[in-house]
Design a protein. Sequence first.
Length: 319
Amino acid sequence: MSKSVALTTERVDDIPLLLAQLKRMGVQELLDEHFPTHGNWQGLSLGNVVVVWLCHILSQADHCLSHVQNWVEKRLESIEVSLDEDLRALDMSDDRLESVLRYLSKDSSWSSFEQDLNQRHIQVYDLSPKRVRLDSTSVSGFWEENKAGLFQRGYSKDHRPDLPQLKVMLATLDPLGLPIASEIVPGNCADDPLYEPAVHQVRQTLEKTGLLYVGDSKMGSLRTRHVIESGGDYYLCPLAKTQVCAEQLQQYLLPVQEGKVTLETVNYKYANGKIEEIAQGYERAHSCKFKQDGQEFIWEERRLVVYSIVHATSQKKAL
């Protein structure tokens, strides 16, 4: 007499691929190492819970806590086999995920985890970092303003000054775009002070000097440039009027007007193969001085005086 066989049908989708990639990156191991849980924690470890949650977010493009448990219930066998761990749907309840977020909110633990994770990326993919891009942005939403929290009203790049916001500072490898360091601060913070901590985080992660830091004009404060230069690195950024006043700019333009310098042409090759002149300019040296704790630091800076053809054309039209 033949025995009846119970068959379970599940949609595998991209789950094995995502879990295998997260395992290769060592996400679960590093999370369990840097975020130890309370002795009463039972079931799947915090690292494995986060890995499954990340898999859900990437697979379903859905970050809602309340949807994860139902999604896991329909894929228990697939996830168990991929994790090689016993799994219950309750391990992914919204209460458990909320507890995970509380553990991950510890800044000191997150910073050390981020450094170890990025160092593993560098080793796994054999990257040779040379350039780092720094930039900050604001994220606004329909939140309640909290005077002691992240959600504050400040200068809104979304043109929504009526909404509370938070700010995110990100450092990425160029041209790969791999995030190396991140920091989340209240939305009423200024952008300028965020660059120095980001530089220190990158240095702790990459453990390498001689990098070129690329940023916007807010990275051009004298203190930030000193931090980068004193650490054996380089910087590239436009200087705002607070760094180069109108009188100093006229001094830079005077040799051009008198024909005492030879301008170099800057050409750009477009995707269609067309090469077009986009700018002209010349380079000059400038001695920078920065005082800190009674000490004076001096270094030579290369300043590029550039005439952008597109920018000049737009200004003429506006005039």
